[in-house]
Design a protein around this ligand. Structure first.
Ligand SMILES: Nc1nc2c(ncn2[C@@H]2O[C@H](COP(=O)(O)OP(=O)(O)OP(=O)(O)O)[C@@H](O)[C@H]2O)c(=O)[nH]1
Ligand SMILES: [Mg+2]
Length: 203
């Protein structure tokens, strides 16, 4: 039986899911033995990107090409992802942490609780300030919400303070981080949450 904890990373297309996984793996790979599974609808683009960036040795990254709707592969019929987890655990019997990136969704996808132990939902400030108010299960009920690309607020007419307030209201007490991966903003907070709430360290 595996002891690896499994962390889902979901959210709309292009919000920064793969970028966040890349940044997290670089910071966490000295502490934990890590594997990554990416779900793309039509390609293995994200897995190939992470492999090309030398984020981890190649065998630790598996790309799943789901076809069709991104929900299905992470919720209703997650068999392709369970197979990818089995394949990773056959190769490496000492994994501590497996990231599972969902295909980009439309604010409604959630991970099966059998597939992951916790899930991060990633939205982008560049998609507009009204996304937190639009809600959806990832925004309101994910274990952690990351509002990424905060540095783009001035270019897209988004008031960052109002975005924080709307996010706070949408989360209703649940954790969230305002982030920008190109500036490294928010990464420490996400890491602290992973260590405490997922890896159950007392840090
Ligand atoms: N300005 C800015 N760009 C970012 C940030 N995070 C990611 N990006 C860029 O946004 C683009 C999309 O990032 P990805 O990490 O591929 O997004 P994704 O959510 O994995 O995309 P899909 O898997 O296709 O849904 C890339 O060009 C990233 O470099 C950020 O915080 N600020
Ligand atoms: Mg991606």
């Amino acid at each position: 039986m595996s002891k690896a904890r499994r962390l889902g990373v979901g959210g709309p297309v292009g919000t920064g899911k793969t970028t966040i996984i890349e940044a997290l793996v670089k910071r966490l790979k000295d502490d934990y033995k890590i594997g990554v599974i990416t779900n793309d609808i039509y390609t293995k683009e994200d897995a190939n990107f992470l492999i090309s960036e030398n984020v981890l040795e190649e065998g630790r990254i598996i790309g799943v090409e789901t076809g069709g709707c991104p929900h299905t592969a992470i919720r209703e019929d997650a068999s392709m992802n369970f197979e990818a987890i089995d394949a990773l655990e056959d190769r490496f019997d000492d994994l501590d942490l497996i990231f599972v990136e969902s295909g980009g969704d439309n604010l409604s996808a959630t991970f099966s609780p059998e597939l992951v132990d916790a899930a991060i939902y990633v939205i982008s400030a560049a998609a507009g300030g009204d996304i937190p108010r639009k809600g959806g299960p990832g925004v309101t009920r994910s274990d952690m919400l990351v509002v990424n690309k905060m540095g783009l607020c001035p270019y897209v007419g988004v008031d960052p303070e109002r975005l924080v307030e709307d996010t706070r209201r949408a989360r209703d007490g649940r954790p969230f981080v305002m982030a920008d991966m190109l500036e490294g903003k928010g990464l420490d907070e996400i890491i602290a949450w992973i260590k405490r709430d997922l890896m159950l360290e007392n840090a």
